[in-house]
Design a protein. Structure first.
Length: 502
């Protein structure tokens, strides 16, 4: 199928211009061409129509390729400019390309014209995508800033190095630090926390999260601002992770509280979690667009590398593209699960999801394990990403009580409506997932704080949020999460409504 090509020639020879048009048509271009031979005609043609490529003869009476290129550059249009001449030295060719021409050919080299045009069209398209991504990024940044300004809580985001990316006005007010001056600084320079009861210094939340020492941080503390004043705050911080469990940055949300509001204004209550979700969604948009721009630059670099046949550089760039593609996919997944959004349900087997999450967890955990995942499990209507997150939270919760010599038994089974152990909250058949952790020597008094999702102390603890988050996701799927203490361990039971095929 012919590719449309709008080609403008700066040429005083009608026969030479016709020769070029015929050459392009033979190359399966659907040519829409025009010939001009003066500066006035060139300006008029550029203002009247959008062109894909400009081909200019080096020398015309009273006009030349240098002047034509200068006129094009004055318009600010991004159109590949290719010079052609009967004979030209290397110095002239180098000079016109230095001034901005895409390429320069002699009329004896017209066989190269089609490949050059195809190459320049590809590069022009990459540049257009680049500009579009930059505009989109600016729009997302404005939306992100608007969302931050509307929140009643202070919000600070950091990158993977712990450097501040954004602060909203409430954060500026509490820390006594302008966002513009704080940007790029380490969060440890900006935030100094002291324990609410002992007044001992607390570690920087972002540092703990970025080192992977803890999954989330929350509580109450005194924040010492830039002027040395104390602010009693409730705060929470979470990492932003990729599907490979790599940390891309952190989000810290906090607000000032009075002593009598200490429990009521707990930042990790459901309202605070929704606020964190909004920020996570905007960060995902921001990261996604940043990655799009980076990939556009890499793709453009690939084209230049191909021209010089730099094989090793191409190999490194290809590897970088794979990494950035994975990161971009992660950003889209973060968008879909943030802000407590409704799951995108589809009928599918749940066994592979369990197997994948279990494998990732067990690779990092040193314990004996058994799995029972029958092939005849009923299908369920689930959002694969959200169920994966729920399972990841449950496995993370179990890690807090696993001791040396511990074991884990993972089992999935079909459960009919009339089964004696079917919870009354589930209407119809279901698939039950059992994760049973046996931990010899576990202190019994630790278990209630881990498992009671309705206990306010659980939500305030460092590990209770995992169960609350998993339970909320499973509830959105019409299911139920039960967590029960065992003689020497803990058991998690997940019930997800099944889709029976008739």
């Amino acid at each position: 199928m012919a590719v449309p090509l709008h080609c403008l020639q700066v040429e005083d020879s009608e026969s030479d211009a016709a020769l070029v048009f015929r050459l392009l048509k033979k190359a399966e271009f659907e040519v829409h061409g025009e010939r001009v031979e003066s500066a006035e005609d060139l300006r008029l043609a550029l203002s009247r129509k959008q062109w894909d490529v400009i081909i200019a003869d080096y020398h015309l009476p009273g006009f030349d390729a240098y002047k034509a290129l200068s006129i094009l550059q004055e318009t600010g249009l991004d159109i590949p400019f290719i010079g052609i001449s009967g004979k030209v030295g290397n110095e002239i060719a180098a000079e016109i390309m230095r001034r901005g021409a895409a390429d320069y050919l002699t009329k004896d080299e017209l066989v190269r014209l089609v490949p050059v045009i195809k190459r320049e069209l590809r590069e022009a398209e990459i540049r257009r995508c680049h500009r579009k991504a930059e505009a989109s990024l600016q729009n997302e940044r404005e939306r992100f800033d608007s969302a931050l300004r509307c929140l009643e809580e202070a919000v600070i985001t950091t990158d993977a190095n712990g450097s501040v990316i954004t602060m909203n006005p409430i954060a500026e007010q509490i820390t006594c630090q302008a966002a513009a001056k704080a940007s790029g600084k380490s969060l440890s320079e900006l935030i100094h926390l002291r324990h609410a009861e002992t007044n001992n210094p607390l570690p920087n939340p972002a540092s703990l999260l970025l080192r992977g020492e803890i999954e989330q941080v929350s509580g109450e503390a005194y924040l010492i601002d830039r002027q040395g004043c104390e602010h009693k705050i409730a705060y929470g911080a979470l990492p932003v992770r990729s599907e490979r469990n790599e940390i891309h940055g952190t989000v810290m949300v906090f607000r000032e509280i009075a002593d009598e509001e200490r429990q009521a204004n707990n930042l990790l209550s459901s309202n605070r979690l929704r606020s964190i979700g909004v920020i996570a969604s905007e960060i995902a948009h921001d990261f996604s667009n940043i990655l799009s721009i980076i990939m556009g630059n890499i793709e453009l670099a690939q084209e230049y590398c191909r021209r010089k046949n730099l094989a090793k550089a191409m190999e490194r760039l290809d590897s970088a593209l794979k990494v950035f593609n994975n990161a971009k996919n992660t950003a889209f997944q973060l968008i879909s699960i943030s802000q407590g959004g409704k799951p995108l349900l589809r009928s599918m087997p749940v066994g592979p999801v369990i197997c994948c999450e279990a494998r990732k967890f067990l690779r990092r955990a040193d314990l004996h394990h058994e799995t029972e995942l029958p092939e005849d499990l009923w299908k369920c209507r689930i959002d694969e990403t959200q169920i994966s997150l729920a399972l990841d939270n449950i496995f993370a919760n179990s890690r807090h009580i696993i001791t040396a010599g511990g074991s884990m038994h993972i089992k999935a089974e079909n459960l009919k409506t009339a089964a004696a152990d079917m919870p009354p909250q589930i209407a119809g058949d279901a698939v039950r997932i059992s994760i049973i952790v046996a931990c010899p020597g576990i202190e019994p008094h630790r278990l209630p704080r881990l498992i009671n999702a309705d206990d306010p102390a659980c939500k305030l603890s460092e590990n209770g949020l995992e169960i609350c988050s998993a339970a909320a996701i499973i509830k959105q799927h019409g299911g139920l999460l039960r967590v029960e203490p065992q003689a020497a361990g803990i058991a998690y039971f997940i019930y997800i409504p099944a889709v029976r095929e008739i």
